[in-house]
Design a protein around this ligand. Structure first.
Ligand SMILES: [Zn+2]
Length: 66
């Protein structure tokens, strides 16, 4: 098992959220709720197998909540 902890920032309110990531999965979709602004966060996580670095890309949230 190869778990790492990674802090991400909510794209809406910049609140820092700690995630535990399974590096055995090279690519996974993550869904979470921000504990601060309670908006759904959807992002794609990609692990680079060469550098073991983890990259996140946020899908732009345009659900017209306002
Ligand atoms: Zn937030």
């Amino acid at each position: 098992m190869n778990y790492i902890r990674k802090d991400i920032k909510c794209p809406n309110c910049q609140y820092t959220i700690g995630l535990v990531i399974d590096k055995n999965q090279p690519s996974q979709q993550i869904y979470d709720d921000c504990p601060s602004c309670h908006r759904a966060i959807e992002m794609k996580m990609v692990v680079n197998p060469l550098t073991q670095s983890v990259n996140f890309s946020f899908d732009s949230v345009e659900d017209g909540l306002f």
